[in-house]
Design a protein around this ligand. Structure first.
Ligand code: TLP
Length: 353
């Protein structure tokens, strides 16, 4: 939660603070220079992560944004074409690093609730000829942030990978919140990872770590990624202080994501009952809730400002949509209080219309 005790911070699961146990683990972590591969705590976390994801190797990086950039650069050559979902984080929120730094041509395709249709992907893979850049990579996002935390199911990934492989391309997954997907469907996370060549996941979101994401894939890919990470300035020294809470996250923090999903459902159903607000409940599959406020005659920014005055923090998704995210530190009572505050704010807006 944010500093002020009485704020209900639903902006993101990135605001979660480390647990006492994590802080203790940081204090006691065995450290070394990770650029020399001598940090035992980092080595342990990377081994654990690779095993958990069913891949050969793993690499700790400072952020999800760097994980995506390093992964794209390690999967492509400059000038390649990369197919991705039009609402994906990679395309929207990563400062254009794909073009500026990786030097690839992003080829966005609109998905359905975040999921790419294999037929659309196939149609976008252009033949090799003098006019076209070579398409080498397809990226998916799971859960899909801007679609509302929607899950791309193992069957959907498998079907997409079939097409991707028929054309000799690679499939990468931005799995920042992949454990939310696994917990929601009650399946082993490897069900999602086995159909992609490589992926990343975040430690610093619902898993509550202060910093860090992990890239996983085959050894050759991770070796390349390690070098690209270094080039981008992401080679860290005593990174065990980041890895120590990461180990706790993998051991103890995954199961509790279910609580966040329950709270998101409670929030979504409560919001859906408030006249003037619209929630597409089909999209509420994990810990993200999108609320359409256009029925109130004000835009998302104005609505968010009103809520902030009453102690509820949310983020703008678009002109008409507000995003709310549940996470550790947000309990059922906070959701109930937030709903009361939001209902009151809506009534006030309608009175002043
Ligand atoms: N998402 C953040 C914001 O940047 C929008 C959030 O609050 O949701 N992939 C996905 C799917 C993400 O949601 C995010 C962060 C990232 C990558 C980037 O991770 P970080 O913030 O660690 O660079």
């Amino acid at each position: 939660m944010a500093e002020a005790e009485n704020l209900i911070d639903l902006r993101s699961d990135t605001v979660t603070l480390p647990t006492e146990e994590m802080l203790e683990a940081i204090r006691n972590a065995e450290l070394g220079d990770d650029v020399y591969r001598e940090d035992p705590t980092v080595n342990r976390l990377e081994e654990m992560a690779a095993k958990k994801m069913g891949k050969e190797a793993a690499l700790l990086v400072p952020s999800g944004t760097m994980a995506n950039l390093v992964s794209v650069m390690s999967n492509t050559n400059r000038g390649d074409c990369v197919i991705l979902e039009a609402e994906s984080h990679l395309y929207w929120y990563e400062v254009g690093g794909l073009s500026v730094i990786a030097g690839v041509l992003p080829w966005p395709i609109k998905g359905d609730m975040g999921a790419l249709n294999p037929k659309d992907v196939e149609a976008a893979i252009r033949p090799k000829n003098i006019y076209f850049p070579e398409t080498t990579l397809v990226c998916i996002e799971n859960t899909h942030n801007r679609a509302g935390g929607t899950i791309i199911t193992p069957a959907q990934i498998e079907a997409l990978n079939k097409v991707v492989k028929e054309h000799g391309l690679k499939l990468y997954m931005d799995g920042a919140r992949i454990f939310n997907a696994a917990v929601a469907l009650k399946v082993d996370v490897r069900e999602f990872t086995r159909h992609v060549d490589n992926l990343m996941f975040s430690l610093s979101k619902g898993l509550s770590c202060p910093i860090g994401s992990i890239i996983v894939g085959d050894s050759k890919f991770i070796e390349k990624a390690r070098k690209v990470r270094k080039m981008l300035g992401g080679g860290m020294r005593q990174a065990g202080i980041i890895a120590a809470p990461g180990i706790i996250a993998l051991e103890k923090m995954i199961g509790r994501l279910e609580e966040d999903h329950r709270n998101a459902r409670l929030l979504a159903e409560g919001l859906a009952k408030i006249e003037g607000l619209h929630v597409d409940l089909r999209r509420v599959q994990t810990n993200i809730v999108l609320v359409d406020v256009s029925g109130l005659g004000i835009d998302a920014g104005a609505f968010i400002n009103r809520l902030r005055e009453q102690g509820v923090l949310a983020l703008s998704h678009s002109k008409r949509m507000v995003r709310m995210v549940t996470h550790r530190g947000i309990e059922k009572e906070h959701i109930e209080k937030a709903l009361t505050i939001i209902e009151e704010a809506v009534k006030e807006i309608e009175r002043s219309n």
